[in-house]
Write a protein that binds this ligand. Structure first.
Ligand SMILES: [Zn+2]
Length: 440
């Protein structure tokens, strides 16, 4: 087992009653144009790997990928793909090459990441390595943190000062009035962060517009906020949720949600949210055994994407001392939900909720996902699915001429064992090795 304990700075998290949400529109691919590219890397060729260019493609043995100015310029095999003399070579014989991975549910909120504007570059980079780049993530979606902090970190990465992934962020989330979740209250107080609650559609839309104008990439609403006590879960007013989603969609950006229960899920669906940030192990449409057929077809109809965050359920069970039987039951339920949703054509996006938890090692997530999805579907959730969902299909998610040179070299083949997705040898973003053995 690779589970680690959850961070102590949040308490009372109850992910087994949470559902997160994503958007059903096609997003403009312009979001990263201004700042996604690392400073120009040298010409580079990766030679000799078994390559999986995309989840559907046949493997290419003894492959060659040639990179210039951060883009892939030639792809083929050693026998048909020339490499000019003097090009920097990575000898990748024995390794497996895929497109760079996306983690679509993270929070840039670990203690070492909170002073992104002024903190030491080495410390910030080390925290990104431990949490993200060491696990092959070349693009991440931060779905709730601080707008100021996330944008500051992104600027320092994109300037080349800090080696890190492409950062997409929703910045500050939106809570219902009196609905700051119980597990973040202490954290907000301790760090002197202002309230993220919104009381009216006008107030919500104005803050969303302000954040998006500053360069955030979507919105995150707590359609059902876990407030504890008698209220339990406080749903967001539908008119407020609709105002938030409309503001994001107007700019071609996605809306994510934590529904938490059926009432919150209804708010998410009715308001047009795009991505569910978690699956649920309780209250899955009011059906004790998990999501009903009706709920699945409703989510499908609204083109919702689902981020399973399966290992999070284990992290929380360990933290709260849940019995092994209860945990086994919960895992069986979420496995069935993920499997059924994917089988119904629902889009699955990889995500682990790191930054809220310190379970950075992705091995367990792949092990759990492999009970619901085959390895190609897992690769899709890591690459092509998020690239398509968030409007980057022409730039990211596959290995092809003209695409960004975001790549992962693995020490083992996920076709044999899906946990091989966690056995990362090198993480390459924009043609630059940002973590691994071939760092130079
Ligand atoms: Zn989260």
């Amino acid at each position: 087992m690779t589970i680690r304990t959850a961070l102590s700075w949040m308490s009372e998290w109850r992910p087994h009653v949470l559902v997160g949400l994503v958007i059903g529109v096609s997003f403009a691919a312009n979001v990263l144009a201004r700042d996604s590219q690392s400073p120009a890397a040298q010409e580079l060729a990766i030679v000799g790997a078994r390559m999986y260019p995309s989840p559907d493609a046949a493997p290419v043995e003894d492959s060659v990928v040639v990179i210039e100015d951060g883009r892939i310029v030639r792809v083929g095999t050693r026998s048909n793909t020339p490499v000019s003399p003097g090009v920097h070579l990575i000898d990748a014989r024995g390794a497996v090459l895929t497109a760079g991975f996306w983690n679509n549910h993270i929070h840039l909120m670990t203690p070492d990441q909170l002073d992104a504007a002024t903190g030491k570059a080495e410390k910030l980079q080390a925290s990104l390595e431990a949490m993200l780049t060491r696990w092959g993530f070349t693009t991440v979606f931060d779905i709730a943190s601080s707008t100021d902090n996330a944008l500051a970190l992104r600027r320092r990465i994109n300037s080349g000062e800090i080696a890190g992934p492409t950062i997409l962020t929703v910045g500050d989330p939106f809570f219902p009035k009196d609905g700051t979740p119980i597990y973040v209250r202490e954290f907000f107080a301790a760090h002197g962060w202002p309230s993220d609650e919104v009381a009216t559609p006008e107030e919500a839309a104005a803050r969303a517009a302000h954040q998006l104008d500053r360069g955030t990439d979507g919105v995150k609403l707590f359609a059902g906020a876990i407030v504890g006590g008698k209220a339990g879960v406080l749903p967001m007013r539908l008119d407020i949720a609709k105002a938030l989603v409309a503001e994001a969609h107007r700019r071609g950006k996605p809306a994510f949600a934590h529904p938490s229960n059926l009432a919150g899920l209804n708010v998410a669906i009715e308001s047009g949210v795009d991505v569910l940030a978690h699956t649920t192990a309780m209250d899955g449409g009011g059906v004790p055994g998990g999501w009903s057929k009706e709920l699945i077809s409703r989510l499908r109809k609204h083109n919702m994407a689902l981020i399973p965050t399966m290992s999070l359920f284990e992290v929380e069970a360990h933290r709260t001392g849940e019995s092994p039987d209860d945990l086994a039951q919960a895992i069986a339920m979420i496995t069935t939900e993920v499997k059924n949703y994917a089988a119904a054509g629902g889009q699955i996006l990889f995500g682990t909720d790191v930054g809220y938890t310190d379970a950075f090692d992705t091995t367990e997530e792949y092990r759990l996902m492999s009970a619901a999805l085959d390895w190609r579907k897992i690769l899709d959730s890591l690459t092509t699915a998020p690239a398509a969902r968030f409007g980057f299909a022409t730039r990211k998610g596959a290995i092809a001429k003209g695409m960004d040179a975001d790549l992962v070299l693995l020490n083992a083949d996920p076709a044999q064992d899906p946990t091989a997705f966690a056995r990362v040898r090198d993480t390459i973003r924009g043609g630059r090795v940002i973590w691994g053995r071939d760092l130079n």
